[in-house]
Write a protein that binds this ligand. Sequence first.
Ligand SMILES: [Zn+2]
Ligand SMILES: [Zn+2]
Length: 384
Amino acid sequence: MAKRDYYEVLGLDKNANASEIKRAYRKLAMKFHPDKNNDDKAAEEKFKEASEAYEVLSDDNKKQRYDQFGHAGMEGAFGGSGFGWDNFTHASDFSDIFGSGGLGSIFEGLFGAGFGGGRSRRRSNQGEDLQISLSLTLEEIAKGISKKIKINVQDTCDTCNGSGSQDDSVETCSQCHGSGQVRQLTRSLFGQMQTIVECPSCRGEGKIIKNRCPKCRGDGRGKKAKTISIKIPAGVSEGQYIRLRSQGNIGKRGGEHGDILVHIQESEHKIFERQDADLICEFPISFSQAAMGTEIQVPTLTGKVKMKIPAGTQSSKVFRLRSQGLPHVNSSYHGDLFIKVHVITPTRLNSEEKDLFDKLSKFDSEKKLNPEKSFFSKLKKFFV
Ligand SMILES: [Zn+2]
Ligand SMILES: [Zn+2]
C-alpha cells in the first residue's frame, strides 16, 4: 500500500502553519487514541500514522526535507524499520491525551517491545544502568587497552532462579486481572478523560507472588560480584564514555539487563600536557646547548626520539615533532608533540665556571643581547 501524504493524513493543506498542524494532530489523536477504541487495530494504525505525520511536520528540519523530497526524503529518518513509537518525541506535549506516566505502557502494550530503529529503548522490566569511571594514563590512551574490572551487579537470584517466588506459585492480580494496567478518570481541558496507568497493586506486572523467596524478598535478583572486560580504543579522552550493553543490573523477576556506562577519566601526566590529540612537553637545555646547537633526546609516550637544537635557540622556542602525539579515535591520524625548550640559567657556579663566564662577559654587547631588534628598541625607548 502506498504511503499516504503526511498533510493528507492530518487533513491539512501544504500551507498549514505550526499551530494548525498541532491542532489537527491533537484532534486525530483524541479520536484514534487506543484508550477510546477498545483495541481496534484500524484505529491503532490511524493513531500511529497521524503520530508519524506529526513527528515529521512539527520538526522544521524534517518538514523541509519532506516538503522538498516527499517520502523519499525521509528514508532512514526513523531507522531501518520505519517509524516506531520510540521515534515519537512529542508524547509529553500531549500528556492530557496520552495520560501522564501511562505512555510507555500503552505503547509497549500496543506495539510490543523492541520496536523501532537503532537506539535501544528502556523497557519497563529492564534493570538499572550502572556507571563506573575508569582512570587511564596517557600511555594507555595512546595504545588503547583492555581492562578487567570487578563490579557488583544485580543478577538472577540463585534461590528462586529469578522468579521471586518460594514455590513458583503466582496469582493473577485481582485489581487489573493480569493486564498490569488500570483505567483512570482524569480531568483535562477537554473534560473528563480515561487514561491507562500502571496497576498500583502489582506495579504493572499483572501477577502477585504469594510466597516470596526469602533470599531476594520477591525481587528475583541479588548482588553479585562480576568481572567485566572493557576494551578501550586508542585516543579516547576525558568525559567520553563507553556503553557496555546488557552488562548492568538485571530487571526484577526475569527482566532484562541494563547497561554499564564506563566514563573515561584521564590521570595527569608528569611530563606531558594534552591538547586534543597534541602533546606539549617543556624541556630544559643549557646555555651552551642553546648557543652552539646540539642534538637532544626528548621523551615521547612510547620512548624517546632525537631532536636537533639549532645554534642560537632562544628560551621558550617551540619545536614540533609530527605525529608523535596521540592517535585520534578510530583513525590512523596522530596529533603532534610540541617541545618547548627552556634555557636554564646556571645557579651554583664553581670557580672554573665563574672564570669562563667572566671571560664570556667581555664579549657581551648590545648587538649580542639583542636577538629581536624591535623588542630591544622598544626597551631602549622605555628607559630614555
Ligand atoms: Zn530469590
Ligand atoms: Zn495489577
